[in-house]
Design a protein around this ligand. Structure first.
Ligand code: KIV
Length: 267
């Protein structure tokens, strides 16, 4: 695609049976590189809390931090649709959701994403009524990590299965243009994909979704201390950075030593 990609264009990709590739970016160079690679959907995810800001989980990410990173990514002026996460506790009421979604749009986001299903329908409705495209996020919800005591696969029980299908249907009916399905069992993710009329974008949920999203730092090996089991890194950026730094250090050391030897000889 050589023209600006909209939420409608992402929906049309599903209609044409084209897989949707989505990746995260938190700054100008990464957004620009992903755009130049032809990625149609870029998300400034609150995963930036862990892979960029060094927090233990996403519950520490603030609106101000999200705005800062959205502004940086938006300066790449990508053809890709650029979205942003509403961070922890930023959309507890419909009014808060709209205020904060507007802040992210003012920073450069073209859609917002929030975690949750039927329990956040008033917020979703208010965001969409304000004219802001909305992407849902179901399954394992990273912002619930403290409440749930970890990151657990969802859809294993019949209760979870039925809740996920109902939540997905409710988000689609409310006007979401897509839904991220994170760590949902592959059969349930495939069933949701067949039942809802909007694209599903999976992460760790099998290949039955309309698209896939990854945290780019996982894909390119830029956060080597933890790699999710479902990611096969396509590059070793951290290893390359470390060896470039070590090689450069060695070259500096050599130069310094040469200089010292010359100085000694000069007497
Ligand atoms: O925060 C994030 O990066 C996300 C994606 C992994 C879906 O929500």
């Amino acid at each position: 695609m050589n023209s600006k990609i909209t939420a409608e264009a992402i929906r049309a990709m599903r209609a044409r049976g084209e897989k949707i590739a989505a990746l995260t970016a938190y700054d100008y160079p990464m957004a620009k590189m992903l755009d130049e690679a032809g990625i149609p959907l870029i998300l400034v995810g609150d995963s930036l809390g862990m892979v960029v800001l060094g927090y233990p989980d996403t519950t520490h990410v603030t609106m101000a931090e999200m705005e800062h990173h959205v502004r940086a990514a938006a300066r790449a002026k990508p053809l890709a649709l650029l979205g942003a996460d509403l961070p922890y506790r930023s959309c507890e009421t419909a009014a808060m959701a709209v205020t904060n979604a507007k802040r992210l749009v003012a920073a450069g986001a073209e859609f917002v994403k929030a975690e949750g299903g039927r329990e956040i329908l008033p917020q979703v409705g208010a965001i969409i009524a304000a004219g802001i495209p909305f992407c849902g996020h179901l399954g394992m919800l990273p912002q619930n990590v403290l409440v749930e005591g970890g990151y657990h696969v969802k859809g294993k029980t019949e209760i979870e299965h039925r809740a996920l299908v109902s939540d997905a249907q409710a988000l689609a009916d409310a006007g979401a243009f897509a839904i991220v399905l994170e760590l949902v069992t592959p059969p349930v993710a495939t069933e949701i994909t067949a039942r809802v009329a909007i694209p599903t974008i999976g992460i760790g949920s099998g290949d039955g979704c309309d698209g896939q999203i990854l945290v780019t730092y996982d894909l390119v090996g830029l956060f080597p201390w933890f790699t999710p089991r479902f990611v096969k890194p396509g590059a070793k950026c951290a290893a390359d950075i470390k060896s470039a730094a070590a090689a450069w250090m060695k070259s500096i050391e050599t130069t310094v030593r040469v200089q010292i030897v010359k100085d000694i000889k000069k007497g």
